[in-house]
Design a protein around this ligand. Structure first.
Ligand code: 13P
Length: 230
């Protein structure tokens, strides 16, 4: 299983160094991927974790103030990059078209995208969840060559579940994952309030290939319990 840790905008320099020590002590055979904030990337010293970024520029190196390019990420041994997280779609107004460009830039540097998709509470109440996810994945993936497309890791993150403690039922997760897998030959992670208390139930979903963890990523002790139960 893949266990990807999205630190989001958390941990200053000293906090991160201490955190990383604890993270490096986690014992597991699962594949662990760490996505710190950009400024903590140079401080990652590890033999047990693969390095990810939380975002990438649509552009290559040049006059793009405040951006970080895929080429720069590559120079820091970044192997994966989250794209299309709902927090960026909402606050930075990222579009499916921009996310597609980001994925192309990542592949130019052999960095594997972790593409997030998922519906809001309103969209689910209106029964539009599959329509939304289908569109997010179609625009981002369908023009890619088959070989590249298959490498993308998809993360199903229902927006109403992120940081809320609300978890979809296993049936709801299975339904979405089966829908995604009927169209794409990709690994699908689940993200949204997953933790060491609900993993016993979540892991009954046989279509989940791993997890994208936000809040839990910041708690190495609970993370050890999570991977033990996985
Ligand atoms: P939480 O695990 O805090 O709900 O966050 C999930 C997430 O957004 C991971 O990208």
């Amino acid at each position: 299983m893949i266990v990807a840790l999205n630190n989001k905008c958390n941990l200053g320099k000293e906090e991160f160094i201490k955190y990383l020590e604890e993270l490096n002590n986690i014992k597991t055979t699962h594949k662990m991927i760490l996505a710190p904030t950009f400024i903590n990337i140079p401080n990652v010293k590890t033999t047990t974790l693969d390095l990810a970024a939380q975002n990438v520029s649509c552009d290559t190196n040049g006059a793009h103030t405040g951006e970080v390019s895929a080429e720069q990420l590559k120079s820091y041994d970044v192997k994966y990059c989250i794209v299309g997280h709902s927090e960026r779609r909402e606050k930075q107004k990222e579009t499916n078209e921009e996310i597609k460009l980001k994925i192309e830039k990542l592949f130019e540097q052999d960095i594997i995208p972790i593409l997030c998709c998922g519906e809001t509470k309103e969209e689910r109440l209106e029964g539009k969840e599959k329509e939304i996810i289908e569109e997010e994945l179609r625009v981002a993936l369908d023009s890619l060559e088959e070989e590249k497309k298959n490498k993308v890791i998809i993360a199903y993150e229902p927006i109403w579940s992120i940081g809320t403690g609300l978890i979809p039922t296993n049936e709801q997760i299975e339904e979405i994952n089966k829908f995604i897998k009927s169209k794409y030959n990709n690994k699908v992670l689940y993200g949204g309030s997953a933790n060491d208390s609900n993993i016993d139930e979540l892991k009954k979903c046989k279509t989940i290939d791993g997890y994208l963890l936000g809040g839990l990523s910041l708690k190495p002790g609970n993370l050890q319990d999570f991977v033990n139960k996985l």
